[in-house]
Design a protein around this ligand. Structure first.
Ligand code: C2E
Ligand code: CA
Ligand code: CA
Length: 389
């Protein structure tokens, strides 16, 4: 649905949508019109593209109404108002539980609108996952034991020349009845039920074994593994990981351990000690989801990080949003000043890639390059990528 009071921009948006292959498009002149159309029913709405400044009922009021009606539609904000105002309306919509795909600045182009619709697809998949019933710790324990939890691998590529530099291991559970389960379904349960220890261990073992296979095939890619804080609270973690890597004759320098920024750990001294030990042994340490935590600068000053992974919430939609662009630029600059590698997460579009490249970000990871893939597809994918990059 396109909600826009001016006829010309409305018609342009509708034409672009039609060219993009959208089958059914509704149009409304303002919020009141739109609400009437919605009340009349019909097929459920997927995406609402909404101007903010309209007579009778403006976009802000309309979005509030839509949020209350709980339609499940995603919103694209289209408006010529100041970027910071758009961002705050976006935050308002989000706080009412609405998926906001982004802010579309005028003039609307097929590229911009296409990017937004692509985001709708990936968001729908995320919501479906979040709404799924939770898992039972006993079942999780069995799955870890039976190795039904194993990593998929997502490539990280150097922005200057597209070369693959490594892969991140991301946990996947192949569930006999529910298909593939994503980590947000079971990592929090693992963390709270004491199962994060064996789970992390399975991930580390699989990831290291995979990295050995890459070496045998002649590739020197790094392997990144996520370590939860409850895992890092355990004693002896650094020695165990070092022993594992040594047993496989892998260099610690080719293993990167990703740690989230929010150090809400109860055993903070233990966590810091383990990270320091891992770094002394030569492992890479990445600060994950950079920008979303709270004690950011303090932690940066006291942790031996080697890599800064900028959270995808700053990457997604940044070309259309000067505020995000400024945050990205300063994060990349900070990484450079601190001598850390910079990695942008969640790069989905070519315009995001170009922007990151222009501000000197070192490495990109995201669906634009490839989604996480099972190990058996990895070498084939890498060959194909090297052929095109
Ligand atoms: P993360 O470390 O930030 O991992 C990146 C997540 O972003 C992955 O989700 C990945 O599939 C997703 N992603 C990658 N590129 C794109 C993109 O272009 N667009 C979008 N929208 N998403 C993208 P995934 O695999 O579902 O993992 C979610 C989180 O679960 C991870 O976030 C990580 O914090 C945690 N996790 C995954 N595996 C493990 C693990 O073995 N141990 C621990 N402790 N945590 C894990
Ligand atoms: Ca990570
Ligand atoms: Ca991350």
């Amino acid at each position: 649905m396109v909600v826009e009071d001016q006829a010309v921009p409305r018609r342009i948006a509708v034409e672009i949508l039609r060219d993009l292959g959208v089958a059914e498009i509704l149009q409304a002149e303002d919020g009141q019109d739109a609400l009437e159309l919605i009340r009349r029913g019909g097929a459920p709405l997927d995406v609402i593209i909404c101007d903010l400044d309209m007579p009778r009922m403006d976009g802000v009021e309309f979005i509030r109404n839509v949020a209350e009606a709980n339609l499940g539609a995603s919103i694209v904000l289209a408006s010529a108002v100041e970027a910071a105002v758009l961002a705050s309306v976006e935050a308002m919509a989000r706080s009412q539980g609405m998926a906001v795909l982004g802010v579309l600045e005028k003039p609307v182009t097929p590229q911009k609108l296409g990017d937004m619709l692509a985001r709708h697809g990936s968001m729908q998949a995320n919501y479906a996952r979040l709404e799924a019933p939770s898992v039972d710790p006993a079942e999780l324990e069995e799955a870890i034991h039976d190795r039904h939890i194993a990593p998929h691998f997502q490539p990280m590529v150097r922005m200057s020349d597209g070369r693959i530099i490594g892969f991140e291991a991301l946990a996947r559970w192949s569930h006999s009845e529910r298909g593939t389960l994503h980590p947000e379904m079971f990592i929090p349960i693992a963390e709270s039920s004491g199962l994060i220890d064996p789970l992390t261990w399975v991930m580390l073992e699989c990831a290291v074994a995979e990295a050995v296979r890459w070496r045998q095939a002649g590739h020197r890619w790094t392997i990144s593994v996520n370590l939860s804080l409850p895992y890092l609270e355990r004693q002896g973690v650094a020695d165990r990981i070092a022993a594992l890597v040594e047993r496989h004759a892998l260099q610690p320098g080719s293993v990167v351990l990703e740690v989230t920024e929010s150090l809400a750990a109860t055993q903070i001294a233990q966590v810091l000690g383990n990270i320091a030990r891992l770094r002394m042994k030569g492992f890479g340490i990445a600060i994950d989801d950079y920008g979303t935590g709270y004690a950011t600068l303090q932690q940066l000053s006291r942790m031996p990080f080697t890599e800064l992974k900028i959270d995808r919430s700053f990457v997604s939609g940044s070309p259309d949003r000067p505020n995000l662009h400024a945050i990205l630029r300063s994060s990349v600059e900070l990484a450079r000043q601190l001598n850390l590698g910079s990695v942008a997460e969640g790069v989905e579009t070519a315009s995001e890639w170009h922007q990151l490249d222009s501000i000197g970000c070192d490495v990109a990871q995201g669906y634009l390059v490839a989604p996480p893939m099972p190990p058996e597809s990895l070498l084939g994918w890498a060959t194909a990528w090297a052929g095109t990059a």
